[in-house]
Design a protein around this ligand. Structure first.
Ligand SMILES: [Zn+2]
Length: 66
């Protein structure tokens, strides 16, 4: 599901807003997303867990073999 984010920025994972946590902007595929600091490691290490929110995120992992 890819819904435009009209509302306040929320973490991709926990959907908390910047009222509750520090949000880090993530620009991807021309869209702005946000992820909170506690969940940043997911974006780095387990991006496939975000694939339903960031289509193609499962490919973010460490560069595979060429
Ligand atoms: Zn979060």
């Amino acid at each position: 599901m890819t819904e435009p984010q009209h509302a306040a920025p929320r973490c991709l994972v926990c959907e908390r807003t910047s009222d509750e946590v520090a949000l880090i902007p993530v620009r991807y595929a021309g869209n702005d997303h946000y992820i909170c600091a506690p969940h940043l490691p997911i974006l780095i290490h387990r991006p496939e867990q975000l694939a339903d929110r960031l289509p193609g995120a499962e490919r973010f992992g460490p560069s595979a073999e060429h």
